[in-house]
Design a protein around this ligand. Structure first.
Ligand code: SF4
Ligand code: SF4
Ligand code: SF4
Length: 377
C-alpha cells in the first residue's frame, strides 16, 4: 500500500486524537440516534435539544468510525414494587427514581433503538454501524415514534413524528461502492451519508491513480490482507482479462501476480493495497469503517487455514497454491462456515458461487490446476 496522506489532505482525512484507537465513546440515549436523523431531515426542534443533537452530528461527521455508547435505562425497573409504590424504603430505590420512572415514554424509545440495533443498553458501537443497521432495519418511524396507540397525556406523540423528516433520510436507497466512488461528496446528505461524511471524488480518484500505478509498475512486494486474496479471485475468476474496477485495486493485484507469479506477497492484517481508493477507507486512521471488524476475523480465519502468521511473506504462486489446497469454498470464510448472520455488521458475503473450485481448476495465478486436499495434515 502507498500512503494517501499528503500535506494538502483535508483535516478530516488525517488521524485525530479524538478518534485514536480506544478513544472515549460519546454517551447518548438511544432515541437521540433517531432524533439526529430527523434533524438532518429538516426538524429544527428535536426533543433532546438542538445543542445535544448538533454535538452528536458534529462528532459523527468528524469521523464515521466515531464510537457511541448507546444508553437505555433498564435499571430503574429493578426497584422492588413495594419500595417504588408503597414507599417502604426509599433508601433502596435507584438514584433519581422518580424522574427516571416518569421518563417512561423516552425510555421506551431508547430500548426500541437498542432492540433494532440488537445490543444491550450501554453497548459501544461505531456511528457508521449504528446507522447502517438502523436504516436497514428501521427505514420509518413506524412503531417507535408513530405507534398507532390512542393518544394520551402519559404517552404523547412527538409533534415531528408525521412530518417525514426521518423517512427522507433513512428511506434513501443505499449506493454500492462503485456508485459511492462516482458520487463522492455529492452523496453528502443522502441516506447513511447524511450522518457520516463521504470521501471527496478528488481524494478517491487521486488515490486510485497513485496506488494502481504503484502496484502495476513500482512495488517490489505486494501487501494484501488475507481475506482480500479470496476477493481477488471472486472478482476475476469469470473474466480474468476484465478491466480494473474504479473503486479498488483487486484487478490490478490479480494482473501483477498473474504476470509475475514469483512476486513476494506479504499477508498484512487490516487494509491493504486493495483499499486506497475506496469510499469507506479512511487513510488517516488506516481503516475500513464498513468492514474492519468482520474482515479482521476473516483475515485470521484465512491465515489459520494457510498455517501462516500475520506478516508472512511468500511468492504469489505459492500463496495461491496453499489457498487452493487448503480452503474448499468461500462459505468456509465469507459465510462463517454455516451461512449464519448473527448481526448486521457480521453479515456474510455472497459465498454461494463456486469461485474457489473454478479458480483452482483454471490454475489462476498458480499457472496450473491445484487439487483441494483440506487444511488438516
Ligand atoms: S419524531 Fe421521534 S425521532 Fe423525530 S424528533 Fe420526534 S422523537 Fe425524535
Ligand atoms: S464472497 Fe468473500 S471473497 Fe467474495 S467478495 Fe465477498 S468477501 Fe470477498
Ligand atoms: S476492505 Fe473496505 S476499504 Fe478495503 S476495499 Fe473492501 S470495502 Fe473498501
Amino acid at each position: 500500500m502507498i500512503t494517501t496522506k499528503t500535506k494538502s489532505a483535508p483535516a478530516w482525512t488525517r488521524r485525530s486524537p479524538a478518534t485514536r484507537p480506544g478513544a472515549e465513546p460519546m454517551a447518548i440515549r438511544g432515541h437521540w440516534l433517531l432524533c439526529a436523523v430527523c434533524a438532518r431531515g429538516g426538524c429544527r426542534t428535536p426533543p433532546p435539544g438542538r445543542v445535544a443533537i448538533d454535538r452528536l452530528l458534529k462528532f459523527m461527521w468528524a469521523y464515521p468510525f466515531a464510537p457511541l455508547r448507546v444508553l437505555g435505562d433498564v435499571d430503574v425497573a429493578r426497584a422492588h414494587y413495594l419500595h417504588a409504590y408503597e414507599g417502604r424504603s426509599s433508601r433502596d430505590l435507584p438514584e433519581g427514581f422518580a424522574a427516571r420512572s416518569a421518563d417512561h415514554a423516552w425510555r421506551r424509545k431508547d430500548l426500541e433503538v437498542c432492540r433494532v440495533l440488537g445490543i444491550v443498553p450501554g453497548t459501544e458501537i461505531t456511528a457508521y454501524h449504528a446507522y447502517a443497521t438502523l436504516f436497514a432495519r428501521q427505514p420509518t418511524l413506524e412503531g417507535i415514534c408513530r405507534t398507532g396507540s390512542r393518544p394520551s397525556t402519559d404517552w404523547p406523540e412527538c409533534p415531528h413524528a408525521r412530518r417525514g423528516c426521518y423517512e427522507k433520510i433513512a428511506g434513501e436507497p443505499r449506493a454500492n461502492l462503485h456508485r459511492q466512488y462516482e458520487l463522492g461528496e455529492k452523496l453528502a446528505g443522502r441516506g447513511l451519508w447524511a450522518m457520516v461524511r463521504p470521501r471527496s471524488r478528488r481524494d478517491m480518484h487521486g488515490a486510485k491513480r497513485r496506488s494502481a500505478r504503484f502496484i502495476l509498475e513500482e512495488a517490489e512486494r505486494l501487501y494484501i490482507r488475507p481475506s482480500h486474496c479470496l476477493c481477488i479471485l471472486c472478482n476475476t475468476v469469470d473474466d480474468p482479462g476484465r478491466e480494473p474496477l474504479a473503486e479498488d485495486n483487486l484487478v490490478e493485484l490479480f494482473r501483477r501476480m498473474t504476470r509475475e507469479p514469483e512476486v513476494p506477497v506479504t499477508l498484512s492484517e487490516g487494509c491493504c493495497m486493495v483499499c486506497d481508493a475506496c469510499n469507506v477507507y479512511h487513510a488517516g486512521e488506516h481503516l475500513c469503517y464498513h468492514a474492519h471488524i468482520k474482515s479482521s476475523l476473516r483475515d485470521l480465519m484465512v491465515l489459520e487455514r494457510l498455517g501462516l502468521p500475520p506478516g508472512a511473506t511468500l511468492p504469489a504462486r505459492e500463496l495461491y497454491r496453499r489457498i487452493y489446497e487448503r480452503i474448499g469454498g468461500l462459505k468456509e470464510i465469507c459465510g462463517w462456515r454455516d451461512g449464519s448472520s448473527t448481526a448486521h455488521l457480521w453479515a456474510p458475503c455472497n459465498f454461494d458461487r463456486p469461485v474457489l473450485a473454478d479458480a483452482r481448476r483454471k490454475g489462476l495465478i498458480t499457472g496450473r490446476p491445484v487439487r483441494h486436499v483440506g487444511s488438516r495434515a
